[in-house]
Design a protein around this ligand. Structure first.
Ligand SMILES: Nc1ncnc2c1ncn2[C@@H]1O[C@H](COP(=O)(O)OP(=O)(O)OP(=O)(O)O)[C@@H](O)[C@H]1O
Ligand SMILES: [Mg+2]
Length: 313
């Protein structure tokens, strides 16, 4: 549904997007992650045809965005960053307008507006003007605009930004549900959204893709993948460290006292190595273990280890 090939955007001397290629199929929700200034919004603006690339191509449902923009754009719903909307319109007026410019008329338009209002919980503000809405409601109004024509493809730039925790949850559920039938790309800074809504995630940094995989594939790149955490009673930190450091699969051991307990984490030499858990269980035979847990890996750790703070702006 979405095919991006060697996409590049220069702003003067600045390379905001630097040779990105990827594809998104129907039934996929792709999470777009990366530090501030990484090039996420710029990539999304090119995918939706809002700005032209310096080089490279975007194909939407088989239509080239530069050569065939109208059929390509018909397939796409777009929630831009910062949720722009016409501030002097009411929510109802704005959504009617959005439906009209998507070519909907009469009953079809009324049904489309009604559906979007229900999905985005806008009933209570329908006749309020956009400039008097709270940030979250304004965001939801713009989100409603992006789904008004029930498009096959959705490009959502930080769709949960500024929403309260309940609404964040609702929007993630909605994205996941819609993703069963559509192709969706959404950007976020909230790493737990990757687990909550994405089938795959791409991390970009300085305009380039630095990781591309399912949430569990990405998590396995973390030094926490396969780490074993123990909560122990009556074991001295030195004893724990000495014994567990000697295991064949151990990379390092950390200890931390927590009241009467000792929390020990044993990191594997090879991330995701399942042998470590067996070795730890054998080595701790006779110790008083309150809890033993093997970690899946941590996305925030992967994110930090493969991206660098932005220094260009
Ligand atoms: N119109 C423009 N003119 C000049 N530079 C721009 C323009 N738009 C974006 N940039 C620059 O391109 C780079 C990428 O910006 P972009 O908005 O795509 O980042 P982002 O990944 O969306 O960041 P954030 O997480 O902060 O939203 C930044 O260095 C930004 O300053
Ligand atoms: Mg952005």
């Amino acid at each position: 549904m979405i095919k991006v090939h060697d996409l590049t955007k220069h702003f003067g001397a600045k390379r905001a997007v630097d040779g990105i290629s990827f594809a998104v199929e129907r039934g996929e929700v792709l999470g777009f992650l990366g530090p501030n200034g990484a090039g996420k919004s710029t990539t999304m603006r090119m995918i939706t045809g809002f700005i032209a690339p310096t080089s490279g191509s975007v194909t939407i449902g088989g239509f080239d965005m530069l050569e065939n923009p109208i059929p390509a754009k018909k397939l796409v719903g777009y929630l831009p960053e910062n949720a722009p909307a016409y501030t002097d319109m009411t929510v109802h007026g704005f959504l009617n307008f959005a439906a009209e410019i998507r070519g909907l008329r009469g009953d079809a338009k009324a049904r489309a507006v009604h559906r979007a209002v229900e999905m985005c919980f806008l009933d209570s503000v329908l006749h309020q003007s956009v400039d008097t809405l709270s940030k979250g409601y304004r965001h939801r109004t713009c989100f409603a605009q992006s789904i008004i024509h029930d498009p096959d493809i959705l490009v959502l730039d930080e769709p949960t930004d500024g929403l309260d925790p309940n609404q964040k949850h609702e929007v993630r559920q909605l994205i996941r549900k819609m993703g069963e039938k559509k192709a969706i790309i959404f950007s976020t800074h909230i790493l737990e959204e990757v687990d909550a809504a994405c089938s795959r995630a791409i991390i970009i940094d300085r305009g380039k893709i630095v990781a591309n995989g399912t949430p569990s594939e990405l998590r396995r790149k973390s030094e926490w993948a396969g780490a074993v955490t123990l909560r122990l009673n009556g074991v001295a930190p030195d004893t724990a460290r000495e014994k567990l450091n000697r295991l064949r699969s151990t990379k390092k051991v950390t200890t931390e006292s927590n009241g009467a307990h000792l929390i020990v984490t044993v990191f594997p030499r090879t991330a995701g190595d399942g042998d470590l858990t067996r070795e730890v269980i054998a080595a701790t035979n006779g110790w008083q273990i309150e809890e033993l847990r093997t970690e899946d890996g941590r996305l925030d750790d992967v994110f930090r280890s493969i991206t660098m703070p932005d220094t260009r702006n």
